[in-house]
Design a protein. Structure first.
Length: 191
């Protein structure tokens, strides 16, 4: 897409849009900005002339004539834009067709590069998320707590003087004394 000289800048033709136009639509001739460019082919069509819903595809499993399913899929272009493009391609001269092929080869290459970049970026983010799960980061304080997946030996506490736990003592007495012995013990404690 070739930029217009500064003195010939046009504004987007879409209602209530004051942005500078990038180019004009190959179908309707209307000048459009980046916000009103088609998602599918922003360099050639405005968003009114080439809509995503007009370029729908159907996907089906790959079946042979015997009905045996194979690895892969069949993609059928069912949107009306594909029929229109077929007619346009059929009417192109040899030079126009070569230019068209080169442009869409580049578009496919750009999409593949963008897909690779997105996959790598997503992979890096997922990798980092895994590390953050292992090393819990407290965002407010910046503390990092590393959680080991390996079992570690428990540190035995140092022996200290045993403190008298009344509930444990009561439980021990209740389990080990007969009712008569318990009555005598309680009588002594009261006296």
């Amino acid at each position: 897409m070739e930029a217009l000289p500064q003195e010939r800048i046009r504004h987007c033709s879409f209602v209530n849009c004051t942005e500078d136009a990038l180019t004009n639509c190959h179908k309707c001739g209307k000048w459009y900005c980046l916000d009103h460019a088609s998602e599918l082919d922003p360099t050639k069509y405005c968003s009114d002339c080439l809509k995503v819903e007009d370029a729908t595809l159907e996907q089906a499993p790959l079946l042979d004539t015997d009905g045996v399913r194979h690895q892969g899929k069949v993609i059928r272009p069912v949107g009306n834009v594909f029929a229109q493009n077929g007619k346009l391609i059929h009417e192109m001269t040899d030079d126009e067709l070569k230019e068209y092929i080169v442009r869409y080869q580049q578009a496919v290459h750009d999409c593949e590069r963008s897909l690779d970049y997105s996959r790598i970026t997503l992979g890096n983010a997922l990798f980092e998320a895994g590390h953050r799960e292992i090393a819990k980061v407290t965002r407010t304080t910046g503390e990092v707590v590393f959680i080991s997946k390996k079992p570690t030996a428990q540190v035995k506490p140092r022996k200290t003087k045993a403190t008298l736990d009344e509930d444990a003592l009561t439980s021990f007495i209740m389990k080990n004394l007969s009712p008569e012995q318990l009555a005598k013990f309680l009588a002594k404690k009261k006296a």
